[in-house]
Ligand binder design. Sequence first.
Ligand code: 13P
Length: 337
Amino acid sequence: MSELEATARSMVAPGRGILAADESSPTIKKRFDSIHAESTKANRRSYRQLLFTTEGAEAFISGVILFDETIRQSTDDGTPFPKLLSEKGIVPGIKVDTGAKQLAGAEAEKVTEGLDGLRERLQEYHGLGARFAKWRAVISIGDGIPSDYCLDANIHALARYAALCTENGIVPIVEPEVLMDGDHSIETCYQVTERTLRKLYSELYAQRVKLTETILKPNMVLSGNKCSTQAGIAQVAEATLACLRNAVPAEVPGIVFLSGGQSDEHATAHLNEMNKLGRAPWELSFSYGRALQAAPLKAWGGKPDNLEAAKQAFLHRARCNGAARSGSYTADMEKAA
Ligand code: 13P
């Protein structure tokens, strides 16, 4: 097994999953605004330190995705964050795309940027301790969209990113996110997700990427958030698994879902249900941002006095999602907290 495949497999080890803590500066500002905390560099460091120093979280967290600012930061005692994480057996990762921008000639669609200079940036991040990376493409569902133009542009970039990652000793997480925003049905989400994933795997093949050295980070197949009929837990789990089985080769070591705006408990329950169903050739895990951080962020509220409560809130969500990796999450776990 190649070193990259071994890293990819460790990222989807049983019982554990990934913490996405790679919010860009504008996104973390939005999160901090929601708790009336100021988004200063010092506050952002304190908040990330709180998450990374939560004792016991390493039992449920296999990797953390960092942002450029964060991978260069250290704990109060001067330990660089990547070193702290590695010593706990958590693989440090890095977001390398530079954001989704408006796609020229396609008003309602976006294309993710960040390929220029990427080889050199990956080499620097590897030196800073990163062993995996993330690139997120954003696909919207709406009137006549996504267009083939939008899908082709985004998927081409995702595959170029993935090829550069493996060339430089970094496992690529490929993330084509079909957004849940809109009044579309779960069936439409299924079709768009399948169409996106089929293009993705055909392009990864064309660009000579070894799938055993990659991780997929997809959306779940959900009803649009403004759809009048919302699919239940079992339907979401069945539809998501069916869609993935149709489009994702078995060589991929693991699939780590994004939470995408689902409630904390829905994100956990959906993953749990899929792992209960079984019959999947890949590990089914999580790479949650909001669904792991909403509770600790709220408990922290930007106040040093609340550090312990925030750590407990984070540990609780990590434990619940860790249980969902084997289908052993129950509603009682929420009550017990
Ligand atoms: P959410 O789980 O909040 O969707 O974030 C995951 C992520 O990393 C999106 O790129």
